[in-house]
Structures are given as structure tokens and as C-alpha cells.
Design a protein around this ligand. Structure first.
Ligand code: S3P
Length: 433
């Protein structure tokens, strides 16, 4: 079959076996890159994310005056601006990356000068009011178009606030903390669900003083950040595709080395254990306050069972939900996901696109405004998958395709490079055919 560079054919597999070390975590790389570019001194990172999203963060920070030196094999050196950026004479291009746009907005709101942040078509559809609101409360001047990018910022001296996030979002929390870092007084962010805490840990690693309450985090500004050297842990959200793939095959055995094990990110391991997969975490250690470990997964001979995902867990697992839904037909009891309305405003409407692609493969699925019910005990057939330009949809259905009958064509496969350019190569490495 003829394919274009945007397409990928996935053949069914007999098993998933092997051992992998994955590129650095996307969320942590964004933060390390951004904070290093803002700090005093030169930071050096090993195993920095190879994804296009983190490259967007680095190039925006470069346009704001930081020096970035990317070397081979994920090594990146960043010399920071020492707390004062240079306004760029052109819009900052955040590409496909919501993290870049939302987090840098917080950094820039407290800086002198005018800044414009733009993104691709998908990012330009995503909600930005959620950052405009707290930043405006702090006294920032931010203009959006119908709640969307471009984000126009006229930097100003801000005032500290006590803010409760309306939707669970680590990006919004980070945005406010980065503005608070530069603002006199104590800025507090409260959240109903503890979202990923990489910003809190990274800010501390860069020397900031930050305090945590049960459901809040506070920073008293202004503070100066200092360069660090760090190894970025492997990306657990990228690992999710391989962990779920291994969980599908009764004789599988997969080892993932040096993987980020931050408790606010590792909910997938609990869900896989509930489904019956055997998971072992070895060699746990702490690096710059981030937990890192080796994960071994193998599947139960009896097959996967069922899982219900809702409440705070849905928020913590938000990026892993597409792949869980995509493997759900192969479980015996299905997977039901609720309280995940945020999936509709990710790089695509992930609820609609997961449902559409599962149906294309012959599955039965019920769609809710805030989730999906995917019954188990189903057989899927190969189909043409529309990734909708969304990296996680392309990868999720590549995993579903491993247990389908016949070949699957992934359209929009190139989008995997947004977070995980090596995905297809590594999948071929561990999928036995
Ligand atoms: C991220 C937070 C989440 C997540 C995204 C990365 C981060 O988004 O979906 O992929 O690095 O902070 P929200 O903050 O919008 O929930």
C-alpha cells in the first residue's frame, strides 16, 4: 500500500517484549527550559524532551533573549536572562503547545514591554480565558480574541493574589506562580485536585522558596532563580503507550528505565494494576525532587479486567485517557471514563475523536459530554484512523491496532513528533510480529 509521509501503517503484533529508555518528560522539559532561560547563569540538561512542543518553548525563550545550545542526544544548555527578558520584535510562536503559551504568559505578564503569543490552528482554538482571568486580577493587561490566541500582553508591575483555579490545570497554576515569582507579596494558587506539581519542584530546584498547603501553593516574590544541571526523567505519558501495549499481550514483558514516577503523574500505573496488569517499580530514586524509577510490566494470562476512572483521577490521568480508551475494547469488562470534560479542549476534541476512531475499528462506544463508556469483550478490525493532528490520538490508535485484525492506517501520524518523535521506531522495536 502506498503511504504519504503523514501516514503510517500499523500491523498487528503477536507480543510486546523488550526494554526501553524514553526521552525526557515533556512537562518537566518545558519547565526546566523556561526557568533556565529566565534564571541567572547557564543550566545544562541531559535527556531533554525531543518533542516539537519543548522546542517551541526553547525558541520562544531564545527570542526573549536566552541563549540555547542544543547538542546531540537530548543535551541542552540554556543561559538565562537573569530575570529580565528582551521584548521580541515579532510574535512568539508557541506552535501546538498549550503549555508554552499558558506558562510563558505568566512569566511575561510581569515583564516590561509588549508581547504577542501565537500558535497553530489547534492551539488557536484552545481556551485562554483561564489564564487571562487570574493575570488580569493581578493587574496585567492581556487581550485575547474571543477567548483565544493571539495572547497580547502589555507587561506591568503586578499585585499578589489568592486564586482558586476553576478547572484543574497545572498550566494555569504555573502561569500564576510564574507571575507571582516576580511580584511583591504572597501569591497563592488553590486547586480542588492536586495537578502535576513539576513547577513547584522545579522552582525549588532553581532556588525559589515556595510553600505548599493541603490544596494550595504559595510563592512570595520577587525572587531570583539560579541555574541548575539536571537529567530529565523519561516521559511517563509517552511510556503510557508502551505500558498499555504490553498490557494487551498475555506473554508480554516490558522494562522502561529511568522513568518519571512523580506521584501526581503516575495514576496510570494504578489503573493498569486495577485492570490486572502486573507492575513492578524498581530502583526508585529522587533527582531534583522528581522521583525516577524502572517500571516492569507484564499482562495477566487471563486478560485485562475493567476500570472506572472519574473525579480527581481523571484530571491527573488526563493525557493517558485516550490510550486507555483505545485499549478498552480488549478488556473483559470495559473502561468507563467520567469527569474528563477537559479532554474536549486538548489538541483536539479527544472524546469525539476517540469515539470516532474506535467506531471506525468496529467498536461500540458511548460518548458523554465528560467522558466515554467503552464496553469490553470486543474485537476490532484494522481501519483508517483520523488522528486529527493530535499526537496522542495517533499514538493511542497505533496501540489499539496491535491487537486488531488486519492493518491500520494512521492518518496524521507525523503529529506524534509533537511529544515523541521516536514513537514509531520504538514501537517497531518492541512489537513482535
Ligand atoms: C500539562 C498540563 C495538562 C496536560 C498537558 C501538560 C503541563 O494540561 O494535559 O499535556 O505540563 O502542565 P492542563 O494544565 O490544561 O490540564
Amino acid at each position: 500500500m502506498q503511504t504519504t509521509p503523514q501516514e503510517r501503517i500499523i500491523r498487528p503484533a503477536r507480543n510486546v517484549m523488550g526494554s526501553l529508555r524514553l526521552p525526557g518528560d515533556k512537562s518537566i522539559s518545558h519547565r526546566y527550559g523556561m526557568l533556565a532561560a529566565f534564571a541567572e547563569g547557564t543550566s545544562r540538561f541531559l535527556n531533554f524532551s525531543t518533542g516539537a512542543d519543548c522546542a517551541s518553548t526553547l525558541s520562544c525563550m531564545q527570542a526573549l533573549g536566552a541563549k540555547v545550545n542544543r547538542q546531540a542526544e537530548g543535551t541542552v544548555e540554556v543561559t538565562g536572562v537573569g530575570g529580565r527578558v528582551t521584548p521580541a520584535d515579532h510574535p512568539l510562536d508557541c506552535g501546538n503547545s498549550g503549555s508554552t503559551m499558558r506558562m510563558i504568559s505568566g512569566l511575561l505578564a510581569a515583564q516590561e514591554g509588549k508581547f504577542t503569543l501565537v500558535g497553530d490552528a489547534s492551539l488557536s482554538r484552545r481556551p485562554m480565558e483561564r489564564i487571562r482571568k487570574p493575570l488580569t486580577e493581578m493587574g496585567a493587561r492581556i487581550t485575547l480574541t474571543d477567548g483565544h490566541a493571539p495572547v497580547r500582553i502589555e507587561g506591568a508591575a503586578l499585585r499578589a493574589i489568592d486564586y482558586t483555579t476553576q478547572v484543574p490545570s497545572a498550566q494555569v497554576k504555573t502561569c500564576v506562580l510564574l507571575a507571582g515569582l516576580q511580584t511583591g507579596g504572597t501569591t497563592t494558587v488553590r486547586e480542588a485536585v492536586r495537578t502535576r506539581d513539576h513547577s513547584e519542584l522545579a522552582l525549588r530546584a532553581f532556588g525559589a522558596n515556595i510553600t505548599r498547603g493541603v490544596d494550595s501553593v504559595s510563592i512570595t516574590g520577587p525572587q531570583t532563580l539560579h541555574a541548575i544541571d539536571a537529567v530529565v526523567p523519561g516521559d511517563i505519558s509517552s511510556a503510557a503507550f508502551f505500558l498499555c501495549a504490553a498490557a494487551l499481550f498475555p506473554d508480554s514483558s516490558l522494562v522502561l528505565d529511568s522513568l518519571g514516577m512523580n506521584p501526581t503523574r503516575a495514576g496510570l500505573l494504578d489503573v493498569l494494576a486495577t485492570l490486572g496488569a502486573r507492575i513492578a517499580v524498581l530502583n526508585l530514586e529522587e533527582k531534583n525532587a522528581e522521583l525516577v524509577g524502572t517500571v516492569q510490566v507484564s499482562a495477566p494470562g487471563s486478560g485485562l479486567k475493567s476500570a472506572e476512572i472519574g473525579g480527581g483521577l481523571a484530571a491527573q490521568l488526563i493525557d493517558e485517557l485516550p490510550v486507555l480508551a483505545a485499549i478498552a475494547p480488549y478488556t473483559s469488562g470495559g473502561i468507563r471514563i467520567r469527569d474528563a470534560k477537559e479532554l474536549r479542549v486538548k489538541e483536539s476534541d479527544r472524546i469525539a475523536l476517540v469515539a470516532k476512531n474506535l467506531r471506525a475499528m468496529g467498536a461500540e462506544v458511548t460518548e458523554f459530554e465528560d467522558g466515554l463508556d467503552v464496553p469490553g469483550g470486543q474485537t476490532l478490525h484494522g481501519a483508517t484512523i483520523d488522528a486529527g493532528g493530535d499526537h496522542r490520538i495517533a499514538m493511542a490508535f497505533s496501540v489499539a491496532a496491535l491487537r486488531a485484525t488486519g492493518y491500520t492506517l494512521i492518518q496524521g501520524a507525523e503529529s506524534a513528533a509533537i511529544s515523541f518523535p521516536e514513537f514509531f521506531e520504538l514501537l517497531d522495536q518492541v512489537a513482535e510480529r
